[in-house]
Ligand binder design. Structure first.
Ligand SMILES: NC(=O)c1ccc[n+]([C@@H]2O[C@H](COP(=O)([O-])OP(=O)(O)OC[C@H]3O[C@@H](n4cnc5c(N)ncnc54)[C@H](O)[C@@H]3O)[C@@H](O)[C@H]2O)c1
Length: 256
């Protein structure tokens, strides 16, 4: 990943960060603002969203990313401003309990909707703007939950995040001719409001087995580095506490 201090800044570019009111998303908004980008925060939580937007000198649009109508409304509002997007960060996500198979489909489908369908729809709606501008970058926030073959307590979350990684790599060749770049960052545990709630519910013997916890700012740094590195696309970046970011090797089933 190119992170040289003289990489171009994001001055004059327009960005949208979903779930930007708290946690990783808020840290991304803060970093993008530092780099000079104009940022729209789309979040379900109106109070936190308004507060974050006011503190970080950005705009807020209350949006439920699991609602197709609301996501379409968000993008048509952005089109109407005449300031098409250069950067889309599909960050809103999470794993609300109870998990599959203990919850009805109406519940676990919401997790798939938030972690996979929402980012897919937002990407579909941003592509025409980026084609028109002959460039742009979509950065998906995945998770280590979507990597490898191990068990996961929330299978629907793991499946959705695995889907997000393959969505990323599938889209890369489709849009490269318009210089539209697509990346996915996959963090391990990050210190955010939701992870603090999860850790508060864990037993001491579980807590002791956790890896070092990443700061939200470390994830934001990796995301902004990808946004600035205009020569790269298709990066799947693994982020683990205490270790440098690692770009995973590209492969397909024939390489296994
Ligand atoms: N925290 C971690 O340990 C961790 C690890 C790996 C991946 N991630 C991923 O990072 C992303 C951000 O996680 P976080 O820990 O910062 O989450 P968080 O729960 O702390 O914050 C998420 C934000 O998204 C918003 N949001 C939730 N549902 C929404 C919806 N339907 N529509 C719009 N906004 C919605 C919330 O209001 C909140 O502001 C998620 O995609 C998550 O899966 C987190």
């Amino acid at each position: 990943m190119v992170t040289t201090p003289d990489s171009p800044s994001l001055e004059g570019l327009n960005a949208l960060v979903t779930g930007g009111a708290a946690g990783i998303g808020r840290a991304v908004v803060q970093r993008l603002r530092t780099e000079g980008a104009s940022v729209i925060v789309a979040d379900l939580d109106a109070n936190a969203g308004r507060a974050a937007a006011a503190q970080l000198d950005s705009e807020f649009v209350q949006t439920d990313l699991t609602s197709e109508v609301q996501v379409r409304g968000l993008f048509s509002g952005i089109r109407d401003t005449g300031r098409p997007l250069d950067i889309l960060v599909n960050n809103a996500g999470g794993a609300p309990r109870p998990y599959f198979p203990d919850a009805p489909a109406t519940h676990w489908l919401k997790s798939i909707s938030l972690n996979l369908t929402g980012p897919m729809l937002a990407t579909q709606l941003v592509i025409p703007m980026m084609v028109e501008r002959q460039g742009g970058v979509v950065i998906n926030v995945g998770s280590v939950a979507g990597l490898g073959w191990g068990p996961h307590s929330s299978p629907e979350y793991a499946a959705a995040k695995a889907g997000l990684i393959r969505l990323t790599s599938s889209l890369v060749p489709l849009y490269a001719r318009w210089r539209i770049r697509v990346h996915c960052v996959c963090p391990d545990w990050v210190d955010t409001p939701s992870s603090r709630r999860n850790r508060a519910a864990m037993a001491p013997e579980e807590l002791i087995r956790l890896p070092p916890i990443l700061a939200s700012s470390e994830v934001a740094d990796a995301i902004v580095a990808l946004a600035k590195d205009t020569g790269s696309t298709g990066r799947i970046v693994l982020l683990r506490g205490g270790l440098p970011p690692r770009v995973l090797p590209a492969t397909d089933w024939k390489g296994l």
